[in-house]
Design a protein around this ligand. Structure first.
Ligand SMILES: Cc1cc2nc3c(=O)[nH]c(=O)nc-3n(C[C@H](O)[C@H](O)[C@H](O)COP(=O)(O)OP(=O)(O)OC[C@H]3O[C@@H](n4cnc5c(N)ncnc54)[C@H](O)[C@@H]3O)c2cc1C
Length: 82
């Protein structure tokens, strides 16, 4: 499981709150763990265990990660030409 792997690397964890999820990674609001370069989203980051929520959390963290790599806030919206 990814949490086990991250724990082995030294990632901070905490007890999970969702049914059957014992342990989750500690992440900040953006999705960063305490290890530089390691981000987490979805079930392993402790969000509600529903597909739409975990997928949205993954997208949120991906945008935060890309923004950090690019050094500016990333937005990928199609804009209709008027
Ligand atoms: C039986 C069942 C029924 C469900 N029914 C519903 C439902 O009806 N509606 C609903 O909204 N939700 C449902 N869920 C919950 C939903 O499936 C999950 O909330 C969602 O898939 C979690 O997404 P995730 O990306 O956080 O994790 P996951 O989908 O678990 O993805 C984690 C990925 O990480 C990979 N991985 C793990 N360890 C490693 C590693 N060391 N290295 C590389 N990769 C690794 C795994 O192979 C997996 O692909 C159900 C879950 C189960 C188990």
């Amino acid at each position: 499981m990814f949490v086990d792997l991250a724990e082995t690397m030294g990632a901070a964890t905490k007890p999970g709150t969702e049914p059957r999820i014992k342990t989750v990674l500690e992440v900040d609001a953006a999705g960063r763990t305490n290890i530089e370069g390691v981000w987490a989203a979805g079930t392993c980051a402790g969000v509600s265990m529903h597909t739409i929520i975990t997928a949205g959390d993954g997208a949120k963290v991906a945008i935060n990660l890309i923004s950090e790599l690019n050094g500016e806030r990333y937005v990928d919206h199609d804009v209709l030409k008027s």
